[in-house]
Design a binder for this molecule. Structure first.
Ligand code: CP3
Length: 365
């Protein structure tokens, strides 16, 4: 590159993207719908308390403190890449930062999880939610992305950015924390659907800004998490989950080679509705046969999933059988990314995940 004028060299670097290189990562190719030599693998909650090296870092910081320190977020993002050679990294952050942007006073309490001190209970509460500018409010997220990419780019490992989908984030804002039944959220939908719509509208706008800023900071892919859609009936799903997701995806300034994946629970029912939501891939929970979903909705969209996380508590032989039968069921399918049907839990053994990753890495189509 010695004789290339400086300006041009810089422009070249800026536009050099995964699709234009001969070494486009497997994960990106599969998410864009390609048939890959073997399926790529990463797993939800791959950075977390099940890893001793995570617990070591966590001793020194609260969870929110970890997110606030880009060098700490970088270290834990990279831990599962170092240990397992995962085919993608996911940014270490949380879905509830978009609730914070809208004014939720969030804390994470030991053995309890997220707690929001000022839950949304009325139209006036929603009207009071004023979005802070994401770049000023969450600068540490974008700083972390840049730091992580310094490490990952040379290794050719793509970085997945993410956000919570509006319905799931709204449910935490309304419930004031985790809830097993989302009673208040469902009550609000019944009593004042327009209040729920107004809250979701605000979350849609914040999420678009947040994900666009992640793309600008350098993520290679995106995922939206709508974890609690299993509490919604079909009509509520369309209005409170699907519609906001579609509006977010339509609002992104996203190069064609930055795929976006949508994770929902109860995909067995909702996948046919999500096929044309604008996403490149659907992340399928463990409650349905992945091949069954593929046969039902066709191959216009990539699929990610869906090993039952409970298999990580079984004997190696049983786990191996579960992994291989999932791989075999998707063997001839384009656009397939191996993942769990939901996330890793703190009491899972790291060696079990190693077995899964090694099986996927060694799999020949
Ligand atoms: O490795 C990764 O997946 C990246 C980071 C990540 C976290 N949370 C870190 C985290 C991601 C992508 C999430 C998403 C998230 N957060 C979801 C959607 C995905 C899902 O699991 O359904 C949801 C619903 C949340 C909300 C949340 N964050 C809860 C309910 C809790 C408490 C329960 C728990 O697991 O502790 C968290 C905390 C949290 N988020 C931890 C981590 C590593 C544990 C923090 C700790 O105490 O060390």
């Amino acid at each position: 590159m010695g004789d290339v004028p400086r300006g041009r060299a810089n422009a070249f670097v800026v536009h050099l993207s995964f699709m234009e290189t001969p070494n486009t990562p497997l994960y990106i190719r599969a998410a864009l719908g390609e048939q890959t030599e073997r399926p790529p693998i990463w797993v939800m909650r791959q950075a977390g308390r099940y890893l001793p090296e995570y617990r070591e870092v966590r001793k020194q910081h609260s969870f929110l403190d970890m997110l606030n320190h880009p060098e700490v977020a970088t270290e834990v993002t990279l831990q599962p890449i170092r240990r397992y050679g995962m085919d993608a990294a996911i940014l270490f952050c949380d879905i509830l930062v978009t609730a914070q942007v809208l004014g939720s006073k969030l804390d994470f309490v030991e053995k309890k999880g997220p707690v929001i001190a000022n839950p949304i209970r009325s139209a006036a509460d929603v009207a009071n939610c004023q979005a802070a500018p994401v770049n000023e409010f969450l600068p540490y997220v974008f700083d972390a992305i840049k730091l992580i990419q310094k490490e990952l780019r040379p290794k050719g490992v793509p970085l997945i950015g993410f956000a919570g989908a509006p319905f799931t984030v709204a449910s935490y804002m309304i419930e004031g924390g985790s809830s097993k039944d989302l009673a208040r959220s469902k009550g609000l939908i019944k009593e004042s659907p327009e209040v729920m719509d107004a809250l979701l509208d605000k979350l849609v706008a914040v999420t678009i800004d947040y994900l666009n800023a992640q793309i600008e900071a350098g993520v290679d892919a995106l995922q939206l998490f709508d974890t609690w859609t299993n509490h919604l009936d079909l009509e509520s799903f369309k209005r409170y989950s699907l519609d906001p997701i579609k509006r977010i995806i339509a609002g992104l300034n996203r190069p064609a080679n930055v795929p976006i994946t949508v994770f929902c629970k109860n995909m067995g029912v909702f996948a046919p509705l999500l096929v044309d939501c604008g996403a490149n891939a659907l992340s399928v929970d463990w409650g349905v046969s992945l091949r069954g979903v593929r046969d039902q909705i066709g191959s216009s969209i990539a699929l990610q999933g869906n090993l039952d996380p409970q298999m990580l508590y079984t004997e190696d032989k049983v786990l191996e059988k579960a992994v291989i039968s999932l791989l075999d069921s998707m063997k001839d399918q384009p656009g397939y990314i191996f993942n769990l049907g939901h996330g890793m839990s703190p009491d899972m053994e790291p060696e079990k995940l190693k077995l899964v990753v090694d099986l996927v890495h060694g799999y020949k189509r």
